[in-house]
Design a protein around this ligand. Structure first.
Ligand code: NDP
Length: 306
């Protein structure tokens, strides 16, 4: 059992880096064949510092992969009508294949109305109801980046997932629910747990695959995990530094939704935080933009899983 055999660490950072390389090479071939260069537009409203850093990084990564990249920065007081007009322009721009609107939006703008206005075939975040419907009915569409990244890591680690017991803790539209659909699509037996689930530790102990997408620091303990299970920790939580002096200065560190050391002593494989799921999100965003560009060019996208 597990105490003497520590879990394999699933290196999401390395996998994401390889995926970006594969996307860049495939995009180059697409351009050579059809003249189409994948284009990604990011729209940001207001001055939220974390959102600005995130959008800047997306633009830089897109350019590094050889994509055309456009960032639209709008002031905090932008109206919903003004933002919808920008989305409409990007929907009609043939150089743009992927549109993302950075959330959260200021209170005068309804996020649902804006996400619904994005052309579903350019919805590289996969949040549009049309893409949620395509995923739920087994159709082809753009899939939310974080859960698709989790699935890529799982398939790379385990190969065929068919018949495995999967438990997803969290049922948000952007992570938990699409994760459930993806695992169902791989013929797992899927349980979705949430804040009203009774005896969550017992439910988790059934899982061959445990995906935690909760937003509660280190909530999943070592004794919730079936020996040998594969654990995917989606959580990104800021907590005070372990060193009291640094914590007193307000210094923080990032932890996941899983108590890593305890879980790694029991699990067969586990994603660390940071360096697990996190780096996959932008890599999959580029992969989705490449796929959207292929669809626009009328050619089949090359498979990008390792
Ligand atoms: P949400 O807050 O939208 O959803 C959290 C889910 O967890 C809800 O379904 C909620 O249940 C459930 N939950 C909350 N408390 C408990 C509890 N005590 N027991 C069981 N279930 C509980 O979060 P997100 O899905 O957006 O994000 C989840 C985590 O993933 C966060 O830490 C976030 O930062 C991270 N994240 C990471 C990304 C990455 O790139 N790696 C991308 C996106 C998110 P209920 O529905 O009943 O309220």
């Amino acid at each position: 059992m597990s105490d003497s055999v520590p879990a394999r660490i699933i290196d999401g950072k390395a996998f994401a880096s390889g995926l970006v390389d594969r996307v860049a090479a495939a995009a180059e071939r697409l351009r050579g064949k059809t003249g189409v260069r994948p284009g990604l537009a990011a729209v940001i409203v207001g001055d939220d510092p974390a959102s600005r850093i995130y959008v800047k990084s997306k633009g830089e990564r897109a350019e590094a992969a050889g994509f055309h990249s456009e960032t639209v920065r709008l002031p905090e007081e932008t109206t919903q009508a003004e933002l919808l007009a920008v989305v409409e322009r990007l929907n009609g721009d043939r150089a743009i294949h992927g549109i993302l609107v950075q959330l959260p939006l200021p209170p005068q703008i309804g996020a649902d109305a804006v996400l619904a206005a994005i052309d579903p075939d350019k919805d590289v975040d996969g949040f549009h109801v049309v893409n949620a419907g395509r995923l739920a009915t087994g159709g082809r569409g753009l899939v939310p980046c974080t859960p698709l990244g989790c699935l890529m890591l799982l398939k790379h680690e385990l190969g065929d997932l068919s018949g495995l017991e999967a438990v997803v803790v969290g049922r948000s539209n952007i992570v938990g629910k699409p994760m459930v659909q993806l695992l169902l699509g791989e013929s797992c037996t899927v349980t979705v747990a949430h804040s009203r689930t009774r005896d969550l530790p017992e439910v988790c102990r059934r899982a061959d695959i445990l995906v935690a997408a909760v937003g509660r620091p280190e909530m999943v303990r070592g004794d919730w995990i079936k020996p040998g299970a594969t654990v995917i920790d989606v959580g990104i939580n800021r907590v005070p530094s372990k060193e009291p002096a640094r914590a007193a200065e307000g210094k923080t560190r990032v932890v996941g939704d899983v108590a890593f050391d305890e879980a790694a002593a029991v699990a067969g494989a586990i994603t660390p935080v940071p360096g697990g799921v996190g780096p996959m999100t932008i890599a999959v965003l580029l992969a989705n933009t490449y796929a959207a560009a292929c669809a626009a060019a009328g050619v089949e996208a090359e498979p990008l899983d390792a």
